[in-house]
Design a protein around this ligand. Structure first.
Ligand code: HEC
Ligand SMILES: [Cu+2]
Length: 339
């Protein structure tokens, strides 16, 4: 039993969502703070237990009779007892918490500082990635002089350099949290919050909405990938050009899309809808429905047919008016949309 619960607890210490497995400077500070607090408060706990046990130690109270406040056999006089009590209140009630909070601040303030997008020593401004939380998906924008790139639910960032994330909410409050890279930050409609994160080495990191935002909050995951800077530039460049005209076989599916889906979804060069995720590179994403389904052959058609069962209440209407064949065809065409 103990072994099972211990191993279950420890299993949380690694993996794509663990703050105890930091992969960047801000996250490392957070992890140190966590361990420091665990050790510090562990010691406080032990001290309290020791005092508690000491309080039960049998004393010589024989000489004291009921109703009598003080008897000659007692160890301290009432005056001494009052002074002792005062000492406990000053020491345990003011001094100890004061020192504890000061120590916490000494660690916590620099950690908070590291998450702030302060000017870099060289005066160079880090790259900015804008992330908007929607019920229940992530919009990701790369503002750029050469043309803005927009994707969804799949964030690619350069590894080994700081990146400033400018986050906001489109409908309700969400929170952007990449546990292995740093602390969380609220995404508040009408406001832009900023956080600086850095991934030391390339890798895939889990991110999750960290502020309850409605029924499908749990199905609001972000696939975050850090890649070498050259690879990142190539990834961006590939997305600045529209996908090519589809082969004739996919033309009917594209027409269905223009009729049924274009008002909500953008496909570069074809439609401008912005109610739902941009689908211009949907074929190259890792998941569908913000982590609801893994991307594989046939997954998009499955999403189109069953999304209200897979992610009940999500903001995309069911398309029961379309035949299963039409949905299959749409899925097959969308899978070809990859840079
Ligand atoms: C009323 C607006 C609306 C219409 C119309 C609509 N969608 Fe969506 N779609 C959405 C929203 C919102 C989401 C995000 C759902 C979620 O994950 O919570 C979505 C998600 C998707 C996804 C998954 C995207 C991803 O990154 O995970 C695909 C694929 C998709 N829609 C395709 C279509 C197709 C094809 C049609 C037309 C048959 C269509 N949609 C019609 C709003 C719409
Ligand atoms: Cu949420």
């Amino acid at each position: 039993m103990l072994v099972t619960s211990l191993s279950m607890g420890l299993a949380g210490c690694s993996g794509s969502h663990s703050i105890l497995d930091p992969a960047g400077p801000a996250a490392r500070d957070v992890a140190w703070l966590w361990w420091g607090m665990l050790i510090g408060f562990g010691l406080v706990f032990l001290a309290v237990v020791a005092l508690w046990l000491a309080a039960f130690r049998p004393r010589d109270r024989a000489a004291r009779s009921p109703g009598q406040a003080y008897s000659p056999g007692q160890r301290y006089s009432p005056d001494e007892e009052r002074r002792l009590g005062l000492r406990w209140i000053l020491g345990g009630g003011i001094l100890l918490p004061g020192v504890t909070i000061l120590v916490l601040l000494a660690f916590g303030v620099p950690t908070g500082q590291r998450l702030l997008p302060l000017p870099l020593p060289g005066g160079e401004a880090p790259r900015v990635i804008e992330v908007t939380g929607h019920q229940w998906w992530w919009e990701v924008r790369y503002p750029d002089d050469e043309g803005e790139v927009i994707t969804a639910n799949h964030l690619v960032m350069p590894a080994g350099e700081p990146v400033d994330f400018h986050v906001t909410g489109a409908d309700v409050i969400h929170a952007f949290w990449v546990p292995r890279l740093g602390g969380k930050i609220d995404m508040i409609p009408g406001r832009i919050n900023r956080i600086r994160l850095q991934a030391d080495t390339p890798g895939v990191f889990g991110a999750q909405c960290a502020e309850y935002c409605g029924a499908q909050h749990a199905h609001m995951q972000l696939h975050l990938e850090a890649v070498p800077p050259e690879e990142f530039e190539a990834w961006l460049a590939a997305r600045r050009v529209s996908p090519p005209e589809p082969a004739d076989a996919h033309a009917p599916a594209r027409d269905t899309f223009t009729e049924q889906c274009a008002s909500c979804h953008r496909v570069a060069g074809l439609s401008l809808g912005d109610v739902g995720p941009n689908l211009s590179d949907i074929g190259a994403r890792a998941t569908l429905g913000a982590g609801t389904l893994a991307m594989e052959e046939g997954a998009i058609a499955r999403w189109l047919a069953e999304h209200q069962r897979l992610k009940p209440g999500n903001r995309m209407p069911a398309h029961d008016q379309l035949s299963p064949e039409a949905l299959e065809a749409l899925g097959a065409w969308l899978e070809t949309l990859r840079p």
